[in-house]
Design a protein. Structure first.
Length: 298
């Protein structure tokens, strides 16, 4: 879960570190929440994540008295178009993630988020014409080898992992180009998605397929908590990324997928095949190669 640009000032702050650490820890525990909703369709879960995020993010902006920037953005067609792109990407990422956890593919989600920082390097090289260092080329080569091993074993590409990598990588890339504050940007995204989410939930309830306020108190509480579960870590992450150097974010982003990996293996008891036993160490080796130069610079 990586950003692709450094903060305005090339230094770290304690607030930025605490924001980012809190976000990654919350993301690390997120599979436990999603597993409890595995009996509910991903589309319904995503719709509730969108709807309940609006009051959470909106209340934060009101408290911070930062609503003026959002109002200006909503009157700017170019800004709305850019936000529509990031909103689409984040909703796709959410959908894949929710489905994957419920379907027993938590290991694939961990793999996807381990690969993501290296994919960000590739994006920088392709889209921003950034020159790749030898260590970065070596790290990317190890990732390719790992993907090939998983592909040979399964007879197909590791679609879940790659889809999460691509959707989050492009989201982070385009999100940094959105000229609006992180809190305002997130609220703008969910506001754009709200009509679709609301219409879907109305349709679902008319068909008798909804789970909110349908007699199961646990489901209702979990769905109503979707806004906090979704908005809080994203807002913490967005604020933390702006107060930390890229190298710091690059190292910290391993926290969440590491926690997901442990949960998948030891809590969900997902099968850990021979191919994965080879591929994951290759990915970890690639991350070490990617991270060491950043540590030397520190």
């Amino acid at each position: 879960m990586a950003d692709v640009t450094a903060p305005a000032e090339n230094r770290d702050s304690l607030n930025g570190f605490l924001f980012a650490l809190s976000a990654y820890l919350l993301w690390g525990f997120l599979p436990l929440y999603m597993k409890a909703l595995a009996h509910i369709s991903p589309a319904e879960v995503i719709a509730h994540r969108i709807l309940w995020s609006v009051p959470v993010a909106g209340l934060l902006l009101i408290i911070l008295k930062r609503t003026d920037e959002l109002k200006k953005a909503m009157r700017n067609p170019r800004m709305l178009g850019m936000a529509a792109v990031t909103a689409t990407l984040i909703s796709v990422n959410w959908g894949i993630y929710v489905w994957a956890i419920g379907a027993g593919h938590a290991l694939d989600t961990a793999l996807g988020y381990f690969i993501n920082p290296l994919f960000s390097i590739l994006l920088g090289a392709v889209l921003l014409k950034e020159k790749l260092k030898r260590t970065q080329i070596a790290a990317l080569a190890l990732v390719v080898v790992a993907v090939v091993i998983l592909t040979v074993e399964a007879g197909r590409l590791p679609v879940v992992a790659l889809a999460l990598t691509f959707s989050w990588g492009f989201y982070a890339f385009f999100r940094k180009t959105l000229p609006i504050g992180p809190n305002q940007g997130f609220l703008l995204e969910v506001l754009l998605l709200t009509p679709f989410a609301f219409a879907y939930l109305v349709y679902l309830n008319l068909q008798g397929g909804g789970h909110f306020l349908m007699g199961n108190t646990t489901d209702t509480i979990l769905l109503a908590s979707a806004g906090l579960v979704t908005a809080v870590p994203l807002i913490l992450y967005a604020n933390g990324a702006k107060l930390l150097r890229l190298s710091t974010i690059g190292i910290m982003q391993y926290i969440a997928p590491s926690m997901i990996f442990i949960t998948a293996v030891f809590v969900f008891h997902e099968p850990f095949s021979t191919a994965k036993a080879i591929a994951f160490p290759l990915i970890w080796a690639a991350l070490v190669i990617y991270t060491l130069p950043m540590l030397r610079q520190r």
